[in-house]
Design a protein around this ligand. Structure first.
Ligand code: SGN
Ligand code: CA
Length: 544
């Protein structure tokens, strides 16, 4: 009898140990945070009200700043879409992951971030724009836009089906994301979810109601809208991003071909190609019901244009193009903000907020008329910098702002550390967790590296740069070789290249040594520059 009691007692103890262990495991499992990675395409920090109140109110994105951390000096390593995404998903510079431009496909042999999360037991999914030229690896579910995707009635490539969905792209990507959270999420697993907007990418096509609302607004101009590019090199002067000279009224500003015909204007030829029209490139995707909503607004823009355009001088034309640009660009952002609000509300309602790291960023910044420009690519601030907001309740002090120089190169390691997953040794960034937790003594970086490669569109030559808090030293290396230096503290708008000013001679010497060290640390060489320059030129020419 006593023996039996002893056995029973032992069994009970071990059973309770087992159940203790399981509870413990469950507790640990529960603790691993979910990751919601939200990224828009070409969203300038100047168009987020927590960064800048001049242009638009974005109350929902601002929530992340209020409840988390806002990085004021976050930047990209290469200011162009697919390369930025490749850097985020590999944690490596473009010259290492091979995705140097938008032209070639991403090398699928490489491991990308969601695979590491999937292997570690996370449920993974991706919705929206990837732009890799191939499908994502390591995601349990996905619905992505082919290539750039369309604003209206977009096509999607899914894991199981390819389909076209009627409606406005920003709403649809959000519906897909919310639907996944509501019906596919496995409650016993943490998730990593990529929610990737196409907006506000060119051709800046707002939903009809936002188009009506924003086309009535007037926006303040940047003070360097009429930059004459003095002191800057040939790269700047020959680039094709100027609102007056390179923004197309028939494509970007929504002037109908019939209007131009009535005015006796022919479509101009730009870089050897006849101007594209918005009616053939994206308005034609609208169904009759949608057209009915867009038409009255298009009518009023076109009527104004017909009467007034011929009377305008160049300064007035530039101003008009800037307003039309901002009306459409910001109209698309208003939808992004509303939809992010829907997702944040869902996290609240379903009690997911506390255990979810929410990251908001863009694949790069954008020029909103600064230097007279639209687009990106250059190492100057508006496209080099990118918005970065992170909310992680109980880990990040609400309302924190951070001035340290961080990059999209760091995102992968940050997410891995947040989830307690080992960071592969060959990743080249640094986890931002010390900055998120206010442990600034653990952050020692004093310079970042930038390199742009893509030939062709907008005619921006390849260049690389070292950026410290005080200076930016840029080397343009093809077809013309020259340097530029900006004193970032004295010249915030980067209008005054001081490379030839003797007062900066020693600073330039020191920065060049630092740049050499940085390139070495990131395993970059002059030979590699040359090889990649040739490769991207060939890919570009083969596509012509
Ligand atoms: C398109 C746009 C360009 C833009 C690139 C790259 N032209 O080619 O203005 O720079 O995409 O953008 S458009 O006439 O097709 O609108 S990226 O964000 O994908 O890198
Ligand atoms: Ca982009």
């Amino acid at each position: 009898m006593r023996v039996f009691q002893k056995i029973l007692a032992l069994l009970l103890i071990s059973a309770s140990m087992v159940s203790c262990e399981t509870k413990q495991e469950k507790k640990t499992e529960k603790k691993r945070p979910n990751i919601l990675f939200i990224m828009s395409d070409d969203h300038a920090y100047q168009a987020i009200s927590s960064y800048d109140k001049n242009l638009i109110e974005t109350p929902n994105i601002d929530r992340l700043a209020k409840e988390g951390i806002q990085f004021n000096n976050a930047s990209v390593t290469n200011s162009i879409c697919a390369p930025s995404r490749a850097t985020i998903l590999t944690g490596k510079h473009s010259h290492i992951n091979g995705k140097i431009d938008n032209l070639g496909n991403f090398d699928q042999k490489q491991t990308i971030l969601p695979q590491l999360f999937q292997e570690a037991g996370y449920q993974t999914a991706m919705f929206g724009k990837l732009h890799f030229g191939n499908n994502p690896k390591g995601v349990d579910d996905f619905m992505i836009l082919p290539g750039q995707g369309s604003y209206l009635n977009p096509q999607f490539v899914g894991k199981d089906i390819d389909t076209t969905i009627t409606g406005y792209v920003t709403d649809i990507i959000t519906d897909l994301t919310l639907n996944w959270l509501k019906t596919k999420r496995k409650k016993e697993k943490p998730f990593m979810l990529f929610y990737l907007h196409k907006a506000p990418h060119r051709p800046w096509w707002p939903r009809a109601d936002k188009f009506a609302e924003f086309s009535k607004k007037t926006f303040p101009e940047p003070s360097n809208l009429f930059d004459d590019y003095a002191t800057r090199g040939s790269g700047v002067r020959n680039s094709e991003m100027n609102l007056l000279n390179h923004m197309h009224y028939a494509y970007d500003s929504k002037i109908r071909p019939e209007t131009l015909k009535e005015m006796g204007e022919v479509l101009p030829v730009v870089t050897g190609k006849t101007l594209k029209t918005f009616t053939k490139c994206y308005y034609d995707r609208a169904n009759a019901e949608q057209m009915k909503k867009y038409d009255p607004i298009l009518d009023s823009i076109n009527t104004w244009f017909k009467t007034n355009w011929p009377k305008l001088n160049d300064t007035e034309k530039m101003k008009w193009k800037y307003q039309r640009y901002m009306q459409d660009y910001l109209g698309t952002i208003s939808s992004v903000d509303d939809n992010i609000g829907r997702v944040l509300d869902y996290l609240d309602e379903s009690k997911l907020t506390d255990n979810t790291v929410v990251i908001y960023t863009s694949d790069q910044g954008f020029y909103l008329g600064e230097h007279g420009w639209f687009d990106k690519r250059f190492a100057y601030n508006e496209s080099f910098k990118t918005p970065l907001l992170i909310r992680w309740p109980n880990q990040i002090k609400p309302g924190t702002t951070e001035e340290e120089m961080v990059q999209n190169l760091d995102f992968a390691q940050t997410m891995l550390e947040a989830a307690g997953i080992a960071q592969p040794e060959d990743m080249q960034g640094e986890s931002l967790i010390p900055l998120l937790k206010g442990q600034k003594d653990k952050w020692t970086r004093d310079a970042v590296y930038y390199q742009y490669y893509e030939p062709g569109a907008h005619n921006v030559p390849p260049h690389y740069a070292i950026i410290t808090k005080q200076y930016k030293l840029i080397r343009y290396y093809g077809p013309e070789e020259y340097w530029e230096l900006f004193d970032r503290l004295k010249d915030k708008q980067e209008m005054n290249n001081v490379y030839d000013n003797p007062e900066y001679a020693q600073i330039i010497k020191d920065l060049k040594i630092k740049l050499k060290d940085l390139r070495k640390a990131y395993k970059n060489t002059d030979d590699l520059d040359q090889q990649l320059f040739e490769k991207s030129t060939q890919t570009y020419l083969s596509k012509q």
